[in-house]
Design a protein around this ligand. Structure first.
Ligand SMILES: C[S@@+](CC[C@H](N)C(=O)[O-])C[C@H]1O[C@@H](n2cnc3c(N)ncnc32)[C@H](O)[C@@H]1O
Length: 187
């Protein structure tokens, strides 16, 4: 696979013991997607301990261009603030997103309820460049699944399974799940 050696190197250096909220396999997929998509502006909603951020920032560093706007309502900056590609913004996603630049890549892993995820998505839509990729984590949550199902037709979607990990709880007996969406642009 393309980027296999890079991903193996990133795996060696990844932060230990903080992946309870994001499977290593999801981090590695984010790495590959960012290497392929070469985003100028990437956004992460929900940083927590910075596990997914680590993979996204590593991929941007390998790209040699692009910036990650990492947003969390808590002070999660310590996990990401040393990366030169990162701008950490503390605040509610719904207040922060309108002030962000136009985006090429978004990882949504914050509240997971229907109301908040729908509000985040509605605010993101006018901020997406054509071809932008959105990745929804925990897409097996009913609220996230409903938001993805309601996206307008110019979004192409695929759903991917995620592995069951011993230290990550199942959600209503299901793995967390991932939805990948590509914005084709305004018709
Ligand atoms: C599941 S964790 C994120 C996990 C992270 N992506 C990782 O790889 O470990 C969810 C995070 O979203 C944040 N969050 C929840 N609702 C939010 C909101 N409305 N605005 C900003 N951050 C929010 C929480 O503070 C928490 O840190």
């Amino acid at each position: 696979m393309k980027y296999q050696a890079e991903i193996a190197a990133a795996r060696q250096k990844r932060p230990e013991g903080v992946h309870v909220s994001c499977e290593p396999q999801v981090g590695e997929l984010l790495y590959a997607l960012i290497r392929l998509a070469q985003p100028g502006v990437a956004v992460e909603l929900g940083v927590f301990l910075g596990y997914s951020s680590y993979y996204m920032l590593s991929a941007l560093a390998a790209n040699g261009s692009g910036r990650l706007y990492a947003v969390d309502r808590e002070d999660c900056g310590s996990g990401v603030q040393n990366a030169p590609e990162c701008v950490f913004i503390q605040g509610d996603s719904r207040a922060v997103v309108p002030g962000l630049p136009m985006m090429d890549f978004v990882f949504i892993d914050s509240d997971h309820s229907y109301n908040v995820t729908r509000a985040e998505t509605d605010l993101l839509l006018p901020k997406l460049n054509p071809g932008a990729v959105l990745v929804f984590h925990d897409a097996s949550f009913d609220g996230v699944a409903q938001v993805v199902a309601e996206l307008p037709p110019q979004f192409q979607r695929i759903s991917l399974p995620t592995p069951v990990l011993p230290d990550r709880a199942l959600i209503r007996g299901r793995p967390s799940g991932l939805a990948v969406v590509r914005f084709a642009g305004v018709a």
